[in-house]
Ligand binder design. Structure first.
Ligand code: PXP
Length: 241
């Protein structure tokens, strides 16, 4: 039986803090609590516009955490410099548009490919595990391998939306299954994330070969009602194989 790791994304603790320009709630306190309650890693997305997590959060969380820190960054020179200086254990490269509410789709692997390749190689040399956030497409899986990524994180947003809206999701689930199988065959570690709820995490956890889920918005939302610890505990139970 293989265990699926749970990465807890705490960006929205910073979103609430920043809404009032105060120093609380503290993302560091949330990260430490999540670690204590069984998170396997902590994910933070340092956005170009710093709308939630900032560099000070990154430094503090990195210095206090015992479990791996997964830093999500856009493929830019600025983010490369920050990632090289802070050396998080895990890095996930994501697309970023300033106007988007959240990360809307996977990376376009042929856009600024040279820069992407350079960033991946530098980060790997710096001893960070590098993941690419991609759509569940066979081409993107093959391209990620060619780009020398260690892992891919499959964007599950479309699947989750179909499930939430009670629409047929079988085709999208199959697309994800095929991408996972090919990724495993090529020796990539496969992760999944975006939009996951209890229901979609349960459905996806049945696909063998996914090693890690990264979950934020729903998990942090749930913790308003039941607490962060219980929310993590619930997800851990759901994704247990
Ligand atoms: N994985 C990646 C790469 C993301 O960009 C995000 C959103 O920041 C997530 C996972 C988490 O998505 P959600 O907050 O919808 O659970």
């Amino acid at each position: 039986m293989s265990k699926i790791r749970l990465g807890v994304n705490i960006d929205h603790v910073a979103t609430v803090r920043n809404a009032r320009g105060e120093s609380y709630p503290s993302p560091l306190r949330a990260a430490i609590l999540a670690e204590k309650k069984g998170a396997d890693s902590i994910t933070i997305h340092l956005r170009e516009d710093r709308r939630h997590i900032n560099e000070n959060d990154l430094k503090k969380i990195k210095s206090k955490l015992k479990i791996p820190l997964n830093l999500e960054i856009a493929a830019t020179e600025e983010m490369l410099r920050i990632a090289m200086n802070n050396k998080p254990s895990f890095i996930c490269i994501v697309p970023e548009k300033r106007q988007e509410i959240t990360t809307e789709g996977g990376l376009k692997l042929n856009y600024k490919r040279k820069l992407l390749k350079k960033i991946i190689n530098k980060l790997k040399k710096n001893k960070s595990r590098v993941s690419l956030f991609i759509e569940p497409s066979l081409k993107d899986i093959k391209d990620s391998k060619l780009l020398n990524a260690d892992c891919v994180e499959i964007h599950t947003g479309k699947l989750c939306r179909l499930i939430n809206e009670r629409k047929s999701y079988k085709d999208e689930l199959n697309r994800i299954r095929k991408a996972v199988n090919l990724g495993n065959l090529l020796g990539l570690e496969i992760h999944a994330g975006h939009g996951l709820t209890y229901k979609s995490a349960k459905i996806l956890s049945k696909i063998k070969g996914i090693k890690e889920f990264n979950i934020g918005h729903f998990l942090i939302g749930e913790s308003i009602y039941i607490g962060l610890g219980k929310s993590i505990e619930n997800f851990k139970k759901i994704i247990k194989r």
